[in-house]
Design a binder for this molecule. Structure first.
Ligand code: X8Z
Ligand code: ZN
Length: 612
């Protein structure tokens, strides 16, 4: 993930955490002085300048402490990281409140935007009461650590990390074993539940202090449009792709029924969540072999190719870097290679969930991963580097503009590049020998759809749940039930066994204890196809978009960079228009990309009972 807490994203280091009572003078003093005379636009500009200088100083140590904690979870790194994040968070909140003094002052659009961004920058806003903001900071850091340290011990002398269980979920085909792993990992979550409840209350208090109705209102208010209009935009895009998702679901359920038996996979119910090749049933590409077309199809096996070509973790990252270089981006700095975490350390707990970091808003870029040598992880590496190149592209902007146009853009860049990992590209870099001809396209499209289309309803439902939790529509007693209702409604996936009364299954997904908003990934899965299409056109690719690779096109690279450099200086609609010519997020490119697959799925599904 983009460590959204770390860039102004950097402001959000503090956003999640908080300290109080910090006595920095500047803005507060100015406020008092300013009261005596009418405020002007020049005052607002000066206020923003001072605020950004001050926050910049608080960010670097907070980011360094957060890195130390994430790559070495222990008591001391937890304490230091929580402390420094809180300092930054509380100061940001004080400044955001002080910014309200300019509400009625006439200022230019850019100044107004920066004043608003200051207020909107939080993920979890700290309450004004110092004891409470300190508590919020500690809970947030503890939840992160609980997830990072999580493991499942099926017997006394065997314990599995999440990474090990992830590999098993991908490859094991015995449904009882899968169920054991699925349930075992979820034991990490019940102890999180009381902390999560407390956190929701504290964060809502912080949000209300800033003038938001609750944390959901804060989260939905970051999209350059009224919160309710944004929610409607999500629905509109989801409805555009739903027929394709439903067709994919129908086919996959039928094939799983063939494999496991219809007593395990009833044909008129949601699919049991442990059979889809992924711990959260969020991407299904790992069960391609179970659902592939009967007719023999040549589909590139990147995992196998990486192994055959002797790729190690570093070589995988270098290969991803060279894609960006081929577009005209500068190579990553030497410090990236020295300071990143590429592999899982053997001697300590770390947060393995992939993330990209920008510590100093200059050149201290890093990724933190526990890379496994698979095609799936090769894509994740591109995803993470997309964050790093974005961070570097906007580092000339003022602090408050150092972020992506909206958070979906940040998540979409690396994925856009990864859509260009087509057979044509794999041949160019020597990973495969032959490009399969068009008669194999259904195989390739199905493989991509199992990851990208299957993901969409998951990408949507996680925050549908959190928004209800933050707004109080779902109470703590209903947390788990509400989670599964949404899983069924959107994904057509169900819990494979009845869940215990104390189960807290949302806590077993990184972004919930990690407090990373999730709608961004839904947006990214729509946007990346729009970006890919636009860049393919700019690159002059003549073929169908699912076969296009922009590798080597400096023209496409320039167009991409023009958008990245804007950071969040303009509404996201402007950034989108710059590169694609459109001002709307729109799923019709997805329909175009997968059109041949949709026809094929509809054929397969004839006579089948679809839906749940
Ligand atoms: O968390 C991530 C990235 C880091 S921003 C690896 N993703 C989501 C997830 O793993 O749940 C990428 C796609 C969805
Ligand atoms: Zn990400």
């Amino acid at each position: 993930m983009l460590k959204q807490k770390l860039t102004l994203p950097a402001l959000m280091v503090g956003a999640v955490l908080g300290i109080s009572g910090c006595q920095q003078e500047s803005a507060a003093t100015q406020d008092t002085q300013a009261k005596t005379k009418a405020l002007t636009s020049a005052d607002a500009k000066q206020f923003l300048k001072d605020a950004q200088t001050e926050l910049e100083k608080l960010q670097l140590p907070a980011a360094q402490a957060a890195w130390a904690y994430a790559t070495y979870i222990n008591r001391d790194t937890a304490a230091v990281s929580a402390y420094l994040s809180e300092k930054l968070s509380v100061r940001t909140s004080e400044l955001a409140k002080a910014a309200a003094k300019f509400n009625d002052v006439e200022v230019d659009a850019g100044t107004r935007r920066q004043l608003n961004l200051l207020k909107n920058s939080f993920v979890l806003a700290p309450p004004a009461d110092p004891a409470k903001s300190e508590r919020l900071s500690k809970i947030s850091s503890e939840l992160d650590g609980m997830y990072g340290k999580g493991k499942y011990c099926p017997s006394e002398d065997v314990c599995w990390s999440l990474g090990e269980m992830t590999s098993q979920m991908a490859s094991v085909r015995d449904h009882e074993k899968l169920l054991d792993i699925w349930q075992g990992w979820r034991e990490v979550a019940p102890p999180m539940k009381p902390l999560y409840e407390e956190m929701v209350t504290l964060a809502n208090e912080g949000a209300m202090d800033l003038g938001f109705a609750d944390t959901s209102d804060l989260w939905r208010g970051k999209y350059d449009m009224p919160a309710d209009d944004f929610a409607a935009e999500l629905d509109r895009n989801w409805n555009q792709v739903k027929p394709l998702y439903e067709a994919l679901h129908c086919h996959v359920r039928a094939e799983l029924g063939e494999h496991y038996g219809t007593d395990v996979v009833p044909q008129d119910e949601p699919i049991p969540a442990h059979l889809l090749g992924n711990m959260w049933a969020q991407t299904w590409g790992n069960i391609y072999e179970l659902v592939k077309p009967e007719q023999e199809m040549q589909v590139a096996d990147v995992t196998q190719a990486l192994e055959e070509q002797g790729y190690d973790e570093i070589k995988m990252v270098k290969q991803a870097e060279s894609f960006f270089s081929s577009l005209g981006f500068e190579p990553l700095p030497e410090t990236f290679w020295e300071r990143s975490q590429f592999s899982k350390p053997r001697d300590r707990d770390v947060i393995c969930h992939a993330s990209a970091w920008n510590l100093d808003d200059k050149d201290d870029l890093r990724i933190k991963m526990c890379i496994k040598k698979t095609g799936e992880e090769f894509n994740v590496i591109h995803h993470e580097l997309g964050h790093n190149y974005y961070q570097r592209a906007y580092n000339q902007q003022p602090l408050l503009y150092r972020g992506s146009a909206n958070d979906g853009f940040h998540e979409a860049i690396g994925d856009t590049i990864a859509l260009s990992i087509t057979p044509k590209y794999l041949k160019q870099i020597g990973l495969i020998d032959d490009i399969p001809d068009a008669s194999n396209d259904i195989g390739m499209l199905l493989q991509v759809a199992l990851d990208k289309i299957a993901f969409l309803p998951f990408g949507l439902m996680v925050d549908q749940w959190r928004w209800k939790v933050f707004s109080g529509e779902v109470s703590p007693e209903q947390y788990n039930q509400a989670w599964w209702e949404l899983r069924e409604k959107y994904q057509g996936v169900q819990a494979p066994v009845e869940r215990d009364a104390d189960a807290f299954d949302p806590g077993a997904k990184y972004h919930v204890p990690g407090n990373t908003p999730y709608t961004r990934y839904f947006l990214a899965h729509i946007l990346q196809f729009q970006f890919h299409k636009a860049l393919c056109e700019i690159a002059g690719d003549q073929g169908p978009i699912h076969r296009c690779s922009i590798y080597g096109s400096e023209k496409a690279g320039k167009a991409l960079n023009d958008m990245l450099e804007m950071g969040m200086s303009k509404p996201w609609q402007d950034a989108l228009e710059t590169m694609t010519g459109s001002r709307q997020m729109d799923a019709s490119t997805i329909a175009e990309y997968f059109a041949p697959l949709k026809d094929w799925l509809d054929e397969q599904n004839q006579g089948r009972q679809c839906g749940w």
